[in-house]
Design a protein around this ligand. Sequence first.
Ligand code: ADP
Ligand code: ASP
Ligand code: MG
Length: 409
Amino acid sequence: MRLIVQKYGGTSVGSVERIKEVAKKIVASKKDGLDIVVVVSAMGGETDKLVEMAYEISPEPGKREMDMLLSSGERVSCSLLAMAIQNIGYKAASFTGRQVGILTDSAHTKARIKKIEAHKINRAFKEGLIVIVAGFQGIDEKENVTTLGRGGSDTSAVALASALNADLCEIYSDVEGVFTTDPNVEPEARKLNKVSYEEMMEMASSGAKILQIRAVQFAKKYNVPVYVKSSFKKGDGTLVTKEDSDMEEIEVSGITYDKDEAKVSIIGVPDKPGIASKIFNVVADANIVIDMIIQNISHEGLTDISFTVPKNDAKKSLELAKVVGKEIAAKDVKIDKNMSKISIIGAGMRSHSGIAAKMFRVLAKENINILMISTSEIKISCVIKNKYTELAVRVLHKAFGLGKENKRK
Ligand code: ADP
Ligand code: ASP
Ligand code: MG
């Protein structure tokens, strides 16, 4: 092995004591000749505190300033970690996203990485340094600081691993790997030894915050082997990798939930060509990512269109929907923020039938009403009322046999 990238999340570097522990862990993996890049998140809870302060100052803080503010959390943790490593007697230096050449687009607070100038880190390796990088940040063309969306340090790590051609990328968190569902909600959840890039992408996009979706997309595109591990306990973790035939044997491998959904409904819309395009173009132009869409059967030339967006974007989406609603002479525009999305995911869905029917049956038995449904080749998602989230996770986990007694390699 020649080069590894390790990423430590917020809980892993949540206190000075934890930072000292992480420093020891990094030094222990620094074998002769091995280059290490460490990506860190802000100390646990710090990014939330910064967000809160911004909203205390302004109801709608400017996004450029938001990025300047949010990127500061990772500066603190990366410099403290470099000091802790130096204190053990090893050479280390901390760098911001800009200093290691992470170039992004200009979509403030959810920027995408366009390029990494790898030579900047290679220069630091020549000096024998352990390179500590502030995660979650980069700069755009005009050298404005950008951030990569919540959980974005995962993406910094995988993107650096691919740009530097690393042998592997290790993501250290507060859980022992990727589980069949959030182990903090379902104690019966079981750690998966392996999960495919496709399954992990579906899990990440439907609420499993253990990895940010962009990180998994990078890993898949550039074939980066990613290990998710605990920074607290020893263990092999979960390998996120290419799909293999074992993975198809099991119908469902994971269950996710996302409480971050809001549903916007435009009621009494004229049912004619071009209307949906008008609505969704306006939302897309505002850089808002729509998740699910449903259009009812029309009655007397009128129909209803509903879509879900992240709660963060709910206010803006409602404003935009109201403007478009007026233009297209819709009867009403409504929003419901008490929504959750429950999804079941598995590569085995390609070769097993009746899985959707089983999911709906299990939810119906608990009297949980399904408000919207969407499917992909390896995922089925249902929007339900928020208050049923945990119950739905538990009953589906049991019904699909994901408990500790069942084994998947
Ligand atoms: P970090 O700060 O290390 O980036 P995160 O809080 O972003 O950590 O992600 C880890 C959390 O993801 C866990 O504490 C767990 O509650 C949650 N999680 C949700 N779904 C899963 C899953 N399927 N497997 C493991 N963890 C999950
Ligand atoms: N600190 C950022 C967040 O809390 C990025 C990260 O932790 O990955 O979202
Ligand atoms: Mg995270």
